[in-house]
Design a protein. Structure first.
Length: 353
């Protein structure tokens, strides 16, 4: 089985529908860890984590999905694992996570072992809602305090049966300013992928500019492609401001810790073809709030209220739950969740080109 590193922004989807899928997922994850130049011990950790997570899906939900994404490409690299199912869920997550607790037929190590092998481990589960598990393996824990700025999580998956994804995203690192691009190349397949790839290139060339200026640059660059819908966000942490410029149906929502969520407004049109107006909007960044951005591969009718405690979880886990429950999979999809970095948050990865 030959495995090459995916584009940095794409999640690899591995369906888990029967016991044979567990072994396939384990082999693929190990090959991906080898491509990331993991140590032998970390490759073994990846194998155990994916085996346990996938076995739990088969036993308790019957079917589900494992998503793999390189979380950090620079040495030491790390791998993000999301295990998603719509099974009966766990009535007592703390008990299931207790070291040594395991169900029959699994590796016998339990969720406690996954936690020990991971630099980040979180679960969202509730009766009749299913279970979402997040684990990251490979990066050593940083002892230095995390800088302020944006922490983010993302799921970006192509339409079923497609080999490339026409949706894409990018985030600039930094503790004073962060810029974000979410783009959806028209349609799907190679032409949509080419448009998204050109949008990423233009974004990184102009990432230090204001969102309106970046969007105009994308418009010029994408004239030779099929075109795309796109939104550019910039967060100024000194001013506590979010700046936004969008064209088309990329959805942006600011979710405060309390009160009503705010929708971010885009003008109509297609970047690279016809945009009715370029305009930048400014919003106050909500303390302890969330920013949720997604393409139309995710239903706009998503809600966080049915998932108690989810808003306090890692942004990748939030993105995974939204993808699991609100993505149609009849189109490419990207969903990105961001929040202000907390003091105990480890180093963020995966946003650089």
């Amino acid at each position: 089985m030959d495995v090459t590193l995916p584009a940095h922004h794409v999640s690899i989807s591995l369906p888990i529908e029967e016991a044979s899928g567990v072994a396939e997922a384990r082999r693929f994850a190990m090959k991906l860890a080898e491509a990331l130049q993991f140590s032998e011990s970390d490759i073994g950790g990846v194998a155990l984590v994916v085996t346990e997570a996938a076995t739990n899906i088969v036993q308790h939900a019957g079917r589900g999905e494992i998503l793999l994404r390189p979380f950090a490409l620079e040495a030491p690299a790390s791998l993000e694992v999301l295990a998603l199912d719509k099974g009966p869920g766990m009535a007592n997550v703390a008990e299931a996570s207790r070291d040594g607790f395991s169900t029959g037929g699994s590796s016998g190590l339990g969720l406690g072992a996954i936690a020990r092998l991971s630099t980040c481990f979180e679960i969202s589960s509730a009766p009749d809602k299913g279970t979402a598990l997040l684990a990251r393996i490979g990066r050593v824990k940083s002892k230095r305090p995390a800088e302020p700025g944006l922490e983010w999580g993302v799921v970006c998956v192509p339409k079923r049966e497609e080999e490339v994804c026409g949706d894409a995203w990018a985030v600039t690192a930094g503790h004073v300013l962060n810029a974000i691009l979410v783009v959806d190349g028209l349609g799907h397949g190679l032409h949509a992928f080419d448009a998204a790839k050109e949008a990423l290139r233009a974004f990184w060339e102009h990432a230090g500019e204001r969102p309106e200026s970046i969007l105009k640059a994308l418009h010029q660059t994408l004239r030779a492609t099929r075109g795309a819908v796109a939104a550019v966000t910039q967060i100024d942490w000194d001013k506590r401001e979010l700046r936004w410029a969008g064209a088309g149906n990329i959805t942006g929502t600011l979710v405060p810790v309390e009160g009503k969520a705010s929708s971010l407004v885009s003008h109509s049109g297609t970047v690279g073809q016809n945009v009715t107006r370029f305009q930048e909007f400014t919003h106050r960044w909500p303390d302890e709030g969330l920013l949720i951005l997604h393409s139309d591969g995710l239903s706009s009718r998503w809600a966080l209220e049915p998932y108690p405690g989810l808003t306090q979880k890692d942004p990748s886990l939030i993105a995974g739950v939204l993808y699991r429950d609100f993505a149609s999979r009849r189109d490419d999809v990207v969903v990105l969740v961001g929040r202000e970095r907390r003091q105990n948050t480890r180093e963020q990865g995966g946003g650089l080109p």
